[in-house]
Design a protein around this ligand. Structure first.
Ligand SMILES: Cc1cc2nc3c(=O)[nH]c(=O)nc-3n(C[C@H](O)[C@H](O)[C@H](O)COP(=O)(O)O)c2cc1C
Length: 184
């Protein structure tokens, strides 16, 4: 037996049996021998929105303490799975609030000059959306790219479930394998 690596899932759907959840369960099943998964259900957790109080630009602290568990899980993880539907070309509000709370990492890095996330990570994106609009993934990645940079991570796989309003189309693209080799 070997020690499994750690993975955190940032789950953005209110539907526990929806398209995102179904793809997520399949991914977890396929990776369960390699990773221990901790699932953050953003709708259940309902993390407080960032209020730009600027405390984290003065010291590595947040006004609210509801991000602590996520922070620890992120820091200890080798893999982050972002699993979300698309709402108005962005992430649903509870997941967006989690991303906004990562402003503490941004200020640590840029103002306090402390590297907030030492351990490099891989990211797998699971994205579900109703239309077949080819710009949607690009819009989402535009929003996710600065977050991935902050998290000392890179995208290794995209699982896209699009056109769910009519006839779901699944695209699974592996960008890197074994955390190192670029294959696509
Ligand atoms: C509030 C809301 C906003 C949405 N906005 C978009 C959108 O901008 N683009 C899109 O293609 N689908 C949009 N959808 C459709 C969802 O992304 C789609 O139904 C998705 O497959 C749901 O995933 P789930 O079953 O995992 O919750 C929206 C749905 C809701 C409820």
């Amino acid at each position: 037996m070997y020690n499994k690596k750690k993975a955190i899932v940032l789950f953005g759907s209110p539907n526990e049996n929806g398209y995102t959840a179904t793809a997520l369960n399949k991914l977890i099943e396929s990776l369960k021998d390699q990773y221990d998964f901790s699932i953050i259900n953003s709708y259940k957790l309902n993390i407080h929105a960032c209020i730009d109080c600027k405390l984290c630009s003065k010291e590595h602290k947040c006004t609210f303490n509801d991000f602590k568990d996520i922070d620890t899980l992120i820091k200890n993880s080798e893999l982050i799975v972002v699993a979300s539907p698309v709402y108005n070309l962005s992430f649903p509000a509870p997941l967006k609030a989690i991303f906004d709370r990562m402003q503490i990492y941004f200020n640590s890095k840029t103002i306090l000059k402390v590297n907030p996330i030492e351990k490099p990570k891989s990211i797998i994106l699971i994205l579900s959306y109703g239309t077949n609009d080819h710009n949607t993934v690009e819009f989402i990645l535009k929003q996710l790219n600065p977050i991935m940079l902050l998290l000392n991570s890179r995208l290794i796989r995209k699982i896209i479930i699009k056109n769910t309003d009519l006839n779901p189309i699944i695209e699974d693209t592996i960008l890197y394998q074994n955390d190192n080799n670029f294959i696509n």
